[in-house]
Design a protein around this ligand. Structure first.
Ligand SMILES: [Zn+2]
Length: 58
């Protein structure tokens, strides 16, 4: 059975690419990397109750 994982859409301004990042094991942060330059991105989960699904990373 397929498990649906939540994800966050990230726009990496460093390389002008869009990517998805997924929660870490602990479920505390979304973590991922820019697909081109591998710059790390990290966002706390559940803070402020934001429904925003796309974030920008510089
Ligand atoms: Zn980049």
């Amino acid at each position: 059975m397929e498990t649906k994982r939540p994800f966050l859409g990230i726009y990496f301004e460093c390389c002008r690419v869009y990517a998805r990042i997924y929660p870490n094991k602990e479920g505390t942060h979304y973590v991922g990397r820019c697909p081109r330059c591998l710059k790390p991105a990290r966002f706390q989960i559940g803070e402020g109750g934001s429904d925003q699904r796309i974030w920008r990373v510089r």
